[in-house]
Design a protein around this ligand. Structure first.
Ligand code: SF4
Ligand code: SF4
Length: 312
């Protein structure tokens, strides 16, 4: 069949096309894309030149698959990185590590980091000369990041979500905003997989702005795999929202079942279809399987408890 050539293709390299979409990478002499050496000074956004049975517009398709878990230590990152590695020779694959408090995808994929950028939250700064101590800012702050005590306005920057409500609603225009660094995002590549992860600064509580910055990097086509933080709190919601599918990794124990039930509630609230990967199958009981059957949630894969897997 004729090669499919999406717009913007500017160079062909050994059966792959490399797009000039990463001007910041100028100066890199060559890159590895899916195991092939690509002699380009542009970037890493490569897709196979011809795809069997590809329809027009194939390259415009994107699927975001998030990998989440109601509890930590279930093997979520193992599943996410294994999925990326198993797809990379067939699809354009991007791996986004949104577990910004403890990113560990890089330990599995060992990416080459090519770029980084600080992430800032806009926090309020008071001009007490203009302030009348009316208390409106403290009243509208849903996160209790401002307190007005008599003739003092106290700001707790660590609690601020940077929503801007206080400065917008201050009747005296006494609040401006200043950027406070909360973390960084790093970009890179690993053997044909595009990679980005966020790192929250030590002591910083506000993960969602860093997660949003990581997710801004999602490409417009191919498979985007999001490794979400464990649990069901705000950072998890921020990570998985917008996904086309969510893989929930759990284990056959009572804790695993309890946290799976919470995770299922969360993805259903967000209207995201989900399936389960059962790790360490055989160590506990069958309650997770029974729950999945009752809730009509497919078990996509069972991974046995096998030391050989840990050695890979
Ligand atoms: S809303 Fe504005 S004027 Fe009122 S207490 Fe806050 S900073 Fe001062
Ligand atoms: S920006 Fe939003 S979260 Fe931060 S102090 Fe103002 S109202 Fe509160």
């Amino acid at each position: 069949m004729e090669p499919v050539r999406p717009e913007g293709v500017s160079e062909e390299v050994a059966g792959w096309e490399v797009r000039a979409t990463e001007p910041d990478l100028a100066g890199i002499a060559s890159v590895q894309v899916a195991g092939k050496e690509c002699p380009t000074s542009w970037g890493l956004r490569a897709t196979p030149l011809a795809v069997p049975n590809a329809e027009p517009g194939w390259y415009e398709n994107r699927m975001i698959v998030s990998v989440a878990s109601g509890k930590g230590g279930t093997g979520k990152t193992l599943v996410a990185t294994s999925l990326a590695l198993s797809l990379k020779d067939r699809e354009r694959v991007q791996m986004l590590d949104c577990d910004v408090e403890e990113p560990d995808v890089h330990i599995f994929l060992r990416p080459v980091i090519t770029r980084s950028e600080a992430v800032y939250i806009q926090v309020p700064e008071m001009d007490e000369k203009k302030c009348t101590y009316c208390g409106k800012c403290a009243e509208v702050c849903a996160y209790h990041a401002i307190a007005v005590l008599g003739k003092h306005v106290l700001v707790f920057p660590e609690l601020c979500h940077g929503c801007g409500a206080c400065s917008y609603l201050c009747p005296e225009n006494a609040i401006s905003e200043e950027g406070r660094e909360s973390g960084i995002v790093e970009w890179g590549h690993s053997d044909g997989i595009e990679f980005a992860h966020g790192k929250l600064n030590v002591g910083e509580a506000m993960a969602p702005p860093v997660i949003r910055k990581v997710k801004e990097q999602a490409s417009n086509n191919g498979v985007v795999i999001v490794d979400a933080p464990p649990g069901t709190s705000c950072p998890v919601v921020e990570s998985i929202k917008g996904s086309d599918f969510c893989i929930l990794v759990t284990e056959p124990t009572l804790f695993g079942l309890n946290d799976l039930m919470l995770a299922v509630e969360t993805v259903r609230e967000l209207d995201i279809p989900c399936g389960v990967v059962l790790n360490r199958a055989g160590v506990g009981d069958r309650k997770v399987e029974e729950y999945c059957q009752k809730e009509k949630i497919p078990i996509l894969l069972t991974i046995p408890m096998d030391i050989g897997i840990a050695r890979i």
